[in-house]
Write a protein that binds this ligand. Sequence first.
Ligand SMILES: [Zn+2]
Length: 341
Amino acid sequence: MQRLTREPTVQRRSYRPEQQSCPTCHSTLKRSHILWRKRLITLSGPVHVTSWGYRCPNATCATAPVVYRSAVADNLHLRKHQFSREVIVQVGYRRFWYHQTIYELHTWLTQDLGLVVSARQVANLSADFLALLHAAQPAKVRAALRSLTYLVVGVDGMQPAKGDTCLYIVRELQTDLTLCAENLDDSSDATIRTRLLQPLKALAQEVGLPWRGVVSDAQDTIRTAVHTELVGVPHQACQSHCLRDAGALTFQADQTLKKQLKASFRGARKRVELRIADLPATDPFRPILADYATALRATLLEGGVAPFELGGVHIFDDLAALAASLHRCRQKGGLCTCCAA
Ligand SMILES: [Zn+2]
C-alpha cells in the first residue's frame, strides 16, 4: 500500500498584540482566545500563523470587553486568502511594473521559490493585487491633495472601438494625479454627472478645496455636465485637442508625403543593398556604403505624432541630409558604384 507522504515540518508563528497593557487601568493584558489561525503561503514557503486576542483581566475596568490584536499579524494576510500579502504585492509588482507574463511569474514562484501554485492561482493573485491598489487609492488621493490650495481637473474619455464602453479618466492637473477612472456604458450628460462629477464634488468638499477650473476636449456632453453640475466653474477646451484638430489637414498631408517617400525608396533601397553585398570584401568603400544603407533604412522608419511631429517632413529633411553627405563623400573620394540608385 502506498504511504501518504506527509508535508515536511512547517514553521509555526504566534502573534500577540503589540500593546502589552490596558490603556485605562494599566493592568497587563491577558491571552483570551484565537482570533485566526491559518496556513499561510509566504515567499519563503508555508507557515502556520496564529493570531491571539488579548483582554484586560480587570473585570471592573471600563475597557475590559475590548479585544486587542496584533497589527503585524493582520498585515501578513488578506481575509480568506491563503497567500500572504507580500506574495500578492510581489506578483503584482512584477506583473504590472516589469510586464512579466503569468507563465513567467508561475516559473518564478514554482522553480525559484519552490512554492506550490497553479498558473490559474497566479492570475488570481494579480487580480488580488489590483483590488489592493484600488482599495488604497482613496487614501493616496487624499494625501496628495493636502498640499494643494485649489483644484484644476482634466476630464478625458477614450473609446478603444466603436460600441465598446468608454474609459473616462479624471486627473488633477497640478499634481498629475488620477482622481478617478471609470468605464461608462454611455457618454451622456447624466451619466458623466452622476458617475464622475458628483463623486468629485463630494471629494472636493471633503478635503475642503475650491474649484479653479476644468479642462476637457470639446465633447458636448462633458461641457453641459460641467455647466450644470459645477455651476460657475470655468471650463476650458484642452489646447492639445484644439491644436490636434486644427492641424488635422496638415498632419494628413504629411502622412501622404511620408507614404510616397517610403514607396519611392522601397525598390531603390533593396537594389542598393544587393549591390553593396556584391562588392568584394576588401573594397574600402563597402563599410561606408553599408553605413549609408543602414542610415537610409532607419530614416524611412521614422513616424510622427499629431499635431507637431510631422514624420513626412522629418524623413524628407533626413533624406536631404543623407544626399548632401553622399555628395560630399563622392567629391572627396569618388564613391560611385552604388549611389546612382
Ligand atoms: Zn483595564
